[in-house]
Structure formats: structure tokens, C-alpha cells
Design a binder for this molecule. Sequence first.
Ligand SMILES: [Zn+2]
Length: 333
Amino acid sequence: METSFTDVPELPAPPASKRRRGMVEERRHPDLYFEDGNLVLSAMDEETALDHNTEHQIVTFFRVHRSILAKHSPVFRDMLAFPTPQDVERYDGVPHVRLYDSCDDLTGFLTAFYEPLYIPPEHYDGAFSKKMLGPLKLATKYQVDSLRARIISQVRKDWPSTLKAWDKRFSPMHDERGPSHPDPLHSINLAYKGGICDEIPTELGLMFYQLSVDLHPPDDLDTIASCLQLPAFLRLLKGRERLNSFMFKTIGEVVSLPCTKPECDQTAFWRHIFLDPSLQEFGWRGTRDPLGLIYMTLEYDGRLCHTCCREYCRRFKGCRQAIFGALPSLFRA
Ligand SMILES: [Zn+2]
């Protein structure tokens, strides 16, 4: 049974949507302040929330509906069902609960309840992971399982776990990648900070691989180190090393073919794979992208006879499949 708020004295509400009281700036959220809402939540801007010594604080008020929060979140349901009267503040005529979440996180979290397409069912959005971090953190904190599940489902779609789907999503020819591609750095941060690493082990391995492909050391290392949590950064570096070894082992198991046709130059083919300078920019020695490199080798090599070309193609496709299948293990925690 819910407690009545009617006996609680009301605190004065600001006359306008925005006002200053001392160094505290108060404002109503432009999209999430519903006149018929029966609950006000407030949150501080992230910088303000983190820095307790700051003199200028910005507090944002959200006026929402108790029934919606209580329906989806057992934490809110309990919080709203059993308030002690002396703890209940009022704001603009309705109960007011101060939250210690950041304004940005709360904005995304509440928007997910009010805008059905805020989490797109199919549409690929390169900024998805960045946008979903706040909602995911709060979905976990307030136990909104349905929202958490929807975000995880979309992450899985973003990072396909079969090589066929992967090639369709991430073309081996890098210049074809566009803004709808997920950003691996933001996706990894979403997994780590959102607490879903254990639920997406395969996808996480693929994210680290793609980040490794995109990485141009040493310049990018500082940026990535500053963006990732330390365990994630170490995972990236160790994964690159393991991938390097695994790739040479896998390629090394492809034996040369017994062919005597004069037009078939297998030596040139192998030299091309391991030493051709034109391939260095793709990072063979740095092993940034073995999947892409093997793909290009098979697509463009004309040094072999037809029979050998077809056989090498089959074997190297097997290598690609083996490398892809090993990625989650190679980039393990
Ligand atoms: Zn041949």
C-alpha cells in the first residue's frame, strides 16, 4: 500500500522554469517535465555531482509519473511505496525525490520510458553505445530488467558473432565503413561501465578486435588509455599479442601445394603474403587486421594457377574462420 503525501508541508517552488538561489541554478527539464506528472525527481549535472567543492551547482527537475516508474522498476516501486513523511519534500505541488545520479544519465533513462523508439529496434546508429551508457547504468541500478535486456539485445545486433554477418557489417575493405558502424571504444565502455561484460563475452571479444584494427600505435594508445578502464586497456594489449601469435601459427599451418605449372609462382604468392610492402600499411607485421588482410590477399592475388588459387583460397578461408572464431578467446579478460 502506498503512503499518502498529502499531509506533508510543501516547499516553495520556483516561479519560473529556471532560477538561481545563491550559487545553485535550478531548471526544469525541457522534455521531461510533464504538467500532469505526479512525481518530481531531481539530479545534478555530472561535473557538479562529482565535484562537491564547486560553488556553482545546476539542479535539473524532472516531473514524471509514479505509476510508470513503479511498473518497470522494483527499486522505485519500493522507494515510492514506503516513504517516511518527514523525508518527503514537495516541489511544484507533488512529492520530490532527490537522486544522486547525473542529469545526463537520468535524462536518457527516463527518455527510454517515454519515447518508444529511443532504443531503435533495428536501425544501426554509430552513436548508440555512447547514448545508452546512462540508461544502462541506471537500468542496472534501479533493476529495470526490460530496458537492460533491450540494450543488450541491440549490442548483440551491433556485433554479429558469425563471420558471414561480420563481413556484411564490417566490410574487410575499411574505406567502406560509415557512420552507422558501432564505435568499439564506446561499446567497450558501455560493457564495462554498464556491467554487462559477462553477458556478452563473444561480442566483447569482437569489440576489442575491432578496436585493435582501428588502433594506430603509438599515437592512439594515449587516447585509448585515457578512455578505457585499466583492465580493459590491458585486455586490448594482451589480446593483440595473442592474436599476433595465433595468426602466424594458423597461417603457418597452411602448407605449400605441389604444383609444377610454369605460370604458377607460389614463391611470389607467399612473399606477397608476408613481405609485400604494399600490405605493410594494413599492418600485417603489426597484425592489426588479419581478417581484412587475408580477405584482400584472396581477392587480388593473380600469381597462382587456377587450381592452386582455388585451393589456397579454400585453405585461407579456413584460416579466416579459425581466427574469427578464436577472437573472443584471444581477447579474453
Ligand atoms: Zn599451381
